[in-house]
Each structure stands twice: as structure tokens, then as C-alpha cells.
Design a protein around this ligand. Structure first.
Ligand SMILES: Cc1cc2nc3c(=O)[nH]c(=O)nc-3n(C[C@H](O)[C@H](O)[C@H](O)COP(=O)(O)O)c2cc1C
Length: 359
């Protein structure tokens, strides 16, 4: 197995610290630039952005830093099938809309897939890294990104997914353990069964693929980074720890929820988007996924569109009980601080642990 420094070099990474793409507003241009300038790699989660918005975000980043950055997309999503639970899903939201003074939820329409337009903007964005989650990247996108000199990364939650990604031509596999905050990247088999933890997943993926492995999920400090390197990863992709930085663009209520929750207070839920994702348990999650009255969740991306007005209003009103409070199981290790200080500490902490282990 090549050393982790060889793999870093192969990928064009200056350090093992990658700030996870976080679609929905967490990964502002200021965050990406601060991470870059402190020695990490900043990423933009562009899944909910239009082509024009991707171009604007990339420009804002390039104005702040000349260092390489990445852009992440959700792989193309097949149109959702019929949704017989539509009336029930809309009814489940009614009391929450009333509480926030919103009109009743409107039936969400599938607006078509945005991937092609997003990818065109990504190609022209100046990004050095292109990553995808939710499925394999389309073959022509891999070829086009590589032709521009970009590195291509894909997310796997099992060994089978990692092998499929390697066959699809990615330069590295992101092994996402079940501790991870936000959406699960699962795309083969039952997502409810693909809940392998980072500690177990990373070495099994590292043994199964020839490309470098990036560990993701529950990694919050130098101890976690050093552990991931010991397991065979060359780098880590960290989300939750960056969400409470000053530069992160999530609502203050989301930051406060992360800073006050315990490690056993997150859960994987489909309530917000229709796809499994981990976040801090709140009233919305518990009500929508009430086990006594199931079948009120639409398939992705319809549920995401259905809940968006409520989430937007809740963000403005500071109502954490209606927000998708994405966070991973390591959340008690998150602190409120500038992202540059965090990255410097992560790099220093990793070296300290490695020195300590070397005796
Ligand atoms: C708020 C939030 C949004 C996320 N959005 C994305 C995304 O758009 N694309 C993606 O590939 N991963 C996304 N993730 C998952 C991260 O890439 C990563 O796997 C995860 O944050 C790692 O676990 P940690 O949060 O415990 O560090 C998101 C995670 C969070 C917390």
C-alpha cells in the first residue's frame, strides 16, 4: 500500500484535512477560503445551486484564495415514482406551517434534474476537485473533469460501492461511515443496512480498492485524523466540526443545537428530504416519522421540496425544532471558532498524536 503522503501527492492535496461539501449553505466562500489558507482543502456542496449560482460561488472563492478548491454535486437522480402518500405527507406539515404563520404546504412538483447544467458550470468554475455523492458519477462527467485536469472523488458507504466507484474511474474513494452528519451516500442495496461505522469501513475499503481512500464520519480532531490514517486512509473529509465555525453559513439555531446536543441525540432520518441523513433529533423528525403513523414521507427530492418553505421560515425565526439539524455523532467535540484556527489545530493535533504513538 502506498504511504499516505504518496497518496496525498497523487491527489494534489497539501494536507489530510478536507472540509466536507455541505449543500444548503454551510460551506460559504469565506469558509472554503479560510480552510484553504490554513492548509486544508475547502469544498462547496453545490447540489442545490443553479449553474449561475455555482459560477458566482466559485468566483467569490477565487477572489479570496488562489489555492485549489472542490465542488460537489448529487449524481443525477432518477425522477421519483408515484407518491400515493402525498396527501398524508402534506397533512403532516399543516400544524407546523400554522405554527409559523405559513399558508398550507403546496404539492411539490419534480422540476427535473439539475445535474447537467450544474456540471457545465462546475467545469468552468476553476475547481480542482469534482466529487459526487448518491450514485456513480456519469461516465462522461468523469472523462470531462479529468480532461480539465480535475481530480474526481466519489462517496461510498460499503466495500461494493467503493469498488464500483473505482471501476467508474474515480481518483479516490470517500469512505463515509454511519457516524457521518448529513445525507448518506449509499447507492447499492438497502440504505438501512449500509450503516457500517468509519472504523470498520475504512480498512475494508482500503483493502478492496487501489485508489486512495478518504475517511469520513465522526472525525473531529487530530485523534480522529491520526486514527483514519492508521486505518489506511490518506485524508479525512470532515463536516460537523466545520459547522460551528464563524464562517459556516447555517442558521444560528443549527449551530446552537450542535453545541448543546449529546452524542446520542442524533439519528438517521428521511423526514426532511426523503433520503436518509443524520441530524440532531427534533420535534419535526419525531412527528413526521412517528412509528405509529408511518408512510408520510415522499421520495427524494419531493420531500425535500415539500419541507423547504418550512425549513427556510424556521431558519429565519430561529426555530430549531423545524430545521434539518444535520450533524454527526462526534458533535460534542465541535466548538465555536474561526475555521483557520480549527484547521491549524487539526494539523497540529494530528502530528502530536502521531509523535505520541511513535513513542
Ligand atoms: C450539513 C451537512 C451537509 C452535507 N452535505 C453534503 C453534500 O452536499 N455532499 C456530500 O457529498 N456530503 C455532504 N455531507 C456529508 C459530508 O460529506 C461528510 O460525509 C460528513 O459530514 C462526515 O461526517 P461528520 O459530519 O461526522 O464529519 C454533509 C454533511 C453535513 C453535516
Amino acid at each position: 500500500m502506498p504511504s499516505h503522503t504518496d497518496s496525498l501527492e497523487r491527489l494534489g492535496l497539501r494536507s489530510p484535512v478536507i472540509q466536507a461539501p455541505m449543500a444548503g449553505g454551510g460551506d460559504t466562500a469565506a469558509l472554503v477560503a479560510a480552510v484553504n489558507e490554513a492548509g486544508g482543502l475547502g469544498f462547496v456542496g453545490a447540489a442545490y445551486l443553479t449553474g449561475e449560482q455555482i459560477a458566482e460561488r466559485a468566483l467569490a472563492i477565487r477572489q479570496r484564495t488562489a489555492l485549489p478548491f472542490g465542488i460537489n454535486l448529487f449524481a443525477p437522480t432518477p425522477p421519483p415514482g408515484p407518491a400515493p402518500m402525498m396527501a398524508e405527507a402534506m397533512a403532516r406539515l399543516r400544524p407546523f406551517h400554522a405554527e409559523l404563520g405559513l399558508p398550507d404546504a403546496e404539492e411539490p412538483a419534480y422540476g427535473g434534474d439539475m445535474f447537467d447544467r450544474q456540471f457545465t458550470a462546475l467545469l468552468d468554475s476553476g475547481a480542482a476537485f469534482y466529487s459526487v455523492t448518491f450514485r456513480l458519477p456519469p461516465a462522461d462527467s468523469v472523462a470531462a473533469a479529468k480532461a480539465r485536469g480535475m481530480r474526481v472523488l466519489g462517496t461510498a458507504t460499503t466495500v461494493a460501492e467503493a469498488v464500483a466507484l473505482e471501476r467508474a474511474g474515480v481518483d479516490a474513494v470517500i469512505a463515509q461511515g454511519s457516524e457521518a452528519g448529513g445525507h448518506r451516500g449509499s447507492f447499492i442495496g438497502d440504505p438501512a443496512a449500509n450503516l457500517v461505522g468509519t472504523m470498520a469501513l475504512v480498512p475494508q475499503v482500503a483493502d478492496a480498492v487501489g485508489v486512495p481512500v478518504i475517511a469520513s464520519g465522526g472525525i473531529m480532531d487530530g485523534r480522529g485524523i491520526a486514527a483514519a490514517l492508521a486505518l489506511g486512509a490518506c485524508a479525512v473529509q470532515m463536516g460537523t466540526v466545520f459547522l460551528t465555525t464563524e464562517e459556516a453559513g447555517i442558521p444560528e439555531a443549527h449551530k446552537a443545537a450542535i453545541l448543546s446536543a449529546r452524542e446520542d441525540q442524533t439519528r438517521i432520518t428521511r423526514a426532511f428530504s426523503g433520503r436518509p441523513a443524520r441530524g440532531v433529533v427534533n420535534r419535526f423528525m419525531e412527528t413526521v416519522e412517528d412509528p405509529r403513523a408511518p408512510k408520510a414521507v415522499l421520495p427524494f427530492p419531493l420531500q425535500n421540496a415539500l419541507t423547504r418553505p418550512l425549513r427556510t421560515a424556521a431558519g429565519k425565526a430561529g426555530r430549531a425544532e423545524f430545521l434539518s439539524l444535520w450533524a454527526g455523532q462526534g458533535l460534542t467535540l465541535a466548538r465555536r471558532r474561526p475555521a483557520g484556527d480549527l484547521v491549524a489545530d487539526l494539523l497540529r493535533g494530528t502530528e502530536e498524536v502521531r509523535r505520541r504513538l511513535a513513542g
